[in-house]
Ligand binder design. Structure first.
Ligand code: FMN
Length: 197
């Protein structure tokens, strides 16, 4: 029987590149959910139209239209999935910008479960993931601890095609296990079980 609770996941890529491997990880996660995790529905939330954070753009408690639209999508999600490259040992600038816009009062991120993935260079993105976790402490985002998924995007075997689509079955299986962990933790945080009660 299909689950009674379908959790909506707002998925955010920290890379704006057309052929981004991280955006490819989100597409792969969405496909995995459609095929085998009916209790999770992934919506890719595009952050490329957000202006750079400037609180002068907040007028009478209103944000610029692109920011309002982004904040609405974040607020209405049940949980979050971040897929982001590591830039210079830390969080990508576009992702930090999005986290900051969502944090402006009232904080849109609070009290939701989250998981993260990274496709990056030599480290697989581990340093950036720990920085994202640190930011999440202040935003009251509750990250699953495990499994962690660090994808070394440029090392063999080839994991992404020229469009950034994930073609590596081992990585797909890691993503699937991470999504199941996110689902279980998000339901726990909402006081529900997988049976929907
Ligand atoms: N990869 C790392 O593993 N560690 C780094 O510190 C790191 N710094 C980077 C800094 C910049 C400005 C750029 C453009 C790339 C850097 N990389 C680093 C490599 C990217 O993380 C890697 O190319 C990744 O695949 C890009 O993600 P995307 O395909 O989603 O755009």
């Amino acid at each position: 029987a299909p689950p009674r609770t379908v959790l909506r996941v707002a998925a955010i890529s920290g890379s704006l590149r057309r052929a981004s491997a991280n955006t490819g990880l989100i597409r792969a996660a969405a496909e995995i959910c459609r095929e085998s995790i009916p209790g999770l529905h992934i919506d890719h939330v595009d952050i490329s139209e957000l202006p750079l954070l400037n609180t002068d753009l907040e007028v009478n408690g209103r944000f610029p239209p692109a920011v309002e639209a982004f904040r609405d999508k974040v607020s209405s999600a049940d949980c979050f999935l971040f897929a982001s490259p590591e830039y210079n040992y830390s969080i990508s600038g576009p992702l930090k910008n999005a986290l900051d816009w969502g944090s402006r009062p009232p904080n849109c991120w609070a009290d939701r479960a989250a998981a993260m993935l990274s496709a990056s260079g030599g480290s697989g993105g581990s340093r950036s993931q720990y920085h994202i976790r640190q930011v999440g402490v202040f935003l009251d985002i509750h990250f699953i601890n495990k499994p962690e998924v660090f994808t070394k995007a440029h090392l063999p075997p080839k994991k992404f095609d020229a469009d950034g689509d994930l073609i590596d079955s081992e990585t797909k299986e890691q993503v699937r296990r991470m999504l199941l962990s996110l689902q279980a933790f998000a339901l726990r945080l909402q006081g529900k079980s997988e049976q929907g009660n």
